[in-house]
Design a protein around this ligand. Structure first.
Ligand code: ADP
Ligand code: 5GP
Length: 195
């Protein structure tokens, strides 16, 4: 019997967390933590799939009821990982992915010390800006806010177990998959009892 892995994936907006996270779900069988957020949906985003889009009032009431594993204010909106699905996935033995900002990442590392944390870096600030613009989901004001916040977020890098520079996407994927496969064999994941 092995303990499942809670994987925290963080990095500046536009670095590629969603793109690489999708491959962890599709190719490595990870469950995905659907976060709550007070920001509005982007075109194509679905309630219950990408996020649970809730009001500030509902967010605050869920937080007061201890309904979140972690919460953070990111780009002026509230975000939080619902506690119940994360705890259920771990109890059922499923590896589980959290795509969350570094403030939330640090909270998870403190409450779940065996969590594995990976920080994604862009190859350059210019590349990050080009990706954010290329995604075409944000207004100019939101792009500027995200680029400004990115410089603060990378200060959390030393708190993370691993760092991947997402330059060539396939190479970054091979590195992430390598981390996951090695971590699945970590002694901390094996329960002591043998049949
Ligand atoms: P995040 O979830 O971190 O905000 P996304 O996964 O949405 O970032 O990626 C932002 C944009 O950058 C998307 O349009 C995505 O297709 C693109 N992208 C991701 N990784 C790379 C890469 N290695 N090279 C070029 N573009 C990339
Ligand atoms: P976006 O609005 O671009 O989807 O996400 C903005 C930032 O919020 C990203 O860094 C993303 O990882 C982070 N984020 C998404 N969900 C959560 C969450 O539940 N908790 C925390 N702390 N951050 C989150």
């Amino acid at each position: 019997m092995k303990k499942p892995m809670m994987l925290v994936l963080s990095g500046p907006s536009g670095v590629g967390k969603g793109t690489l996270g999708k491959r962890l779900i599709e190719e490595e069988g990870f469950g995905f933590s659907v976060s709550c957020t007070t920001r509005g949906p982007r075109p194509g985003e679905k309630h219950g799939v990408d996020y649970l889009f809730i009001t500030r009032e509902e967010f605050l009431s869920r937080r007061a009821a201890n309904g979140f594993l972690e919460t953070a204010t990111v780009h002026d909106e509230f975000y939080g990982t619902p506690r119940e699905p994360a705890e259920r996935a771990m109890a059922e033995g499923r590896d589980f992915l959290l795509d969350i900002d570094p403030q939330g990442g640090v909270q998870v590392m403190e409450s779940v010390p065996e969590a594995v944390s990976v920080f994604l870096l862009p190859p350059s600030w210019a590349a990050l800006e080009a990706r954010l613009r290329g995604r075409g989901t944000e207004t100019e004001e939101k792009i500027q806010k995200r680029l400004h916040n990115a410089r603060q977020e990378v200060k959390y890098l030393p708190r993370y177990d691993y760092c991947i520079v997402n330059d060539d996407l396939d190479e970054a994927w091979r590195e992430l998959r390598g981390i996951v496969r090695a971590e699945r064999l970590s002694t901390k994941r094996f329960l002591p009892e043998l049949d």
